[in-house]
Design a protein around this ligand. Structure first.
Ligand code: NAD
Ligand code: MG
Length: 397
């Protein structure tokens, strides 16, 4: 082990992944320290986290929140400096003191600071799949150019990373790998009668059977858009074509994903569903450290089962494959339209079964285009948000 403590910036520290990350860090104070913690609006929660971790910096979105947090921290003699806004997020991701950046902001808002970490050549612990979905080619180019280390936190991609052949970099060709099998729980509505999907409430959708997660990803899991985004994420991370990425429903969420090889072998990574496993794995890689996760008990488990996904029930999964095959700006359009539709659903403005309808309309209406630059990605993101909002309005009227 390297004797110097590794310093982390945790983007999205107050979220579900952020909290799990701080839990793993707290178990290994001799190995890890915190350089910066960030949050959008949750000042009180961030205050408690700063008090416990004593980072050099804390970042929030609004200057008024920054002032309030600074006053709270000064009041308890904590010398954390509080900053505000997107530039500050990028600065604490790229700072020379930082060894690793946990990218755990939800949605498109995570792209710029995660890219800043990539450009600065950091070890990136990537939870924010939306960043890679939006700008896959550009993002991977930045990682290659700077020599940054990109380690997946998404449990499926972390499992794939663990089960790929030693020395694997990107591209399945010549690796002996024939397929990547992404497992999915199928979410809370896997066996609900199709006709009832129209009356699903936000409370029902965020109650995931196996994982405790943020609200947006919980809804994405219920529509299986989450799995669709993960197919695109796997494409970019591992250089796998869409045809070689297969989704397998596995309701127990114990096998986190699998890799099939030419000789008939299938390697899987298993564990109790607890995000501290992939977080600890990526933080310590290539070493292994404790994560506080309950060991898997096969006798208690009894049975593991598998199903083929039903694309009539989960149209978002098919839309993600379509966007991946279409390429160019399509994945960015898919992602932005989905963010808008999910936010409207959570606000009670859109029916659950219309999330996919809104996303599909955006893919149909916005002309395809290649991606030349980050500006092109943001332009597609903006357009898709406008079209998606008007689609939602059309349903309200
Ligand atoms: P969450 O909603 O619990 O937390 C999101 C964090 O991002 C919070 O700290 C919030 O303050 C911050 N944030 C939100 N909007 C922001 C903005 N506009 N600017 C700056 N900060 C902002 O979400 P989560 O479940 O922790 O998920 C985070 C990311 O990790 C998502 O991309 C999700 O897809 C991915 N992920 C999560 C899990 C999980 O188990 N929770 C698993 C795999 C991948
Ligand atoms: Mg996942």
């Amino acid at each position: 082990m390297n004797s110097r403590k590794k310093l982390l910036t945790v983007l999205g520290a107050t979220g579900s992944i952020g909290v799990s990350t701080l839990d793993v860090v707290a178990r290994h104070p001799e190995r890890y320290g915190i350089f910066a913690l960030t949050a959008h609006r949750q000042v009180d929660k961030l205050f408690e986290q700063c008090r416990a971790c004593r980072p050099a910096y804390a970042v929030v979105d609004q200057p008024a929140d920054a002032q309030r947090l600074q006053a709270l921290l000064d009041g308890v003699g904590c010398c954390t400096e509080v900053l505000a806004g997107p530039e500050a997020l990028a600065a604490v991701s790229a700072a020379p003191e930082v060894d690793m950046v946990m990218a755990a902001i939800v949605g498109a808002a995570g792209l710029v600071p995660t890219l800043a970490a990539a450009r600065a050549g950091k070890r990136i612990l990537l939870a924010n799949k939306e960043a890679l979905v939006m700008s896959g080619a550009l993002f991977m180019q930045e990682v290659a150019a700077s020599g940054a280390e990109l380690l997946p936190i998404d449990s499926e991609h972390n499992a794939i990373f663990q089960t790929l052949p030693a020395g694997f970099e990107r591209g399945l060709q010549g690796s002996g790998v024939t397929r990547i099998l992404l497992t999915a729980s199928g979410g809370p509505f896997r066996s609900m009668p199709l006709a009832s999907l129209s009356s699903v409430t936000p409370e029902m959708a965020v109650a995931h059977p196996n994982w405790v997660m943020g609200r947006k990803i919980s809804v994405d899991s219920a529509t299986m858009m989450n799995k669709g985004l993960e197919v695109i994420e796997a494409h970019w991370l591992f250089g796998a074509p869409a045809e070689q990425i297969e989704v397998v429903i596995h309701p127990q969420s114990v096998i986190h994903s699998m890799v099939a090889y030419e000789d008939g072998s299938v390697l899987a990574q298993l564990g109790n569903p607890d995000m501290r496993t992939p977080i600890a794995h990526a933080m310590a890689f290539p070493e292994r450290i404790g994560a506080g996760v309950r060991p898997l008990d096969f006798f208690e488990l009894g049975q593991l089962s598998f199903e083929r996904p039903d694309l009539d029930r989960f149209p978002c999964l098919a839309l993600a494959y379509r966007a991946l095959k279409q390429g160019g700006i399509a994945p960015a359009v898919l992602n932005a339209a989905n963010e808008v539709a999910v936010a409207c659903f959570l606000e009670g403005k859109l029916r659950f079964d219309r999330i996919g309808t809104v996303v599909e309309a955006c893919l149909n209406v916005i002309p395809g285009q290649t991606v030349e630059s980050l500006e092109g990605v943001f332009e597609a993101d903006r357009k898709a948000r406008v079209v998606a909002a008007s689609q939602v309005e059309a349903f309200v009227r």
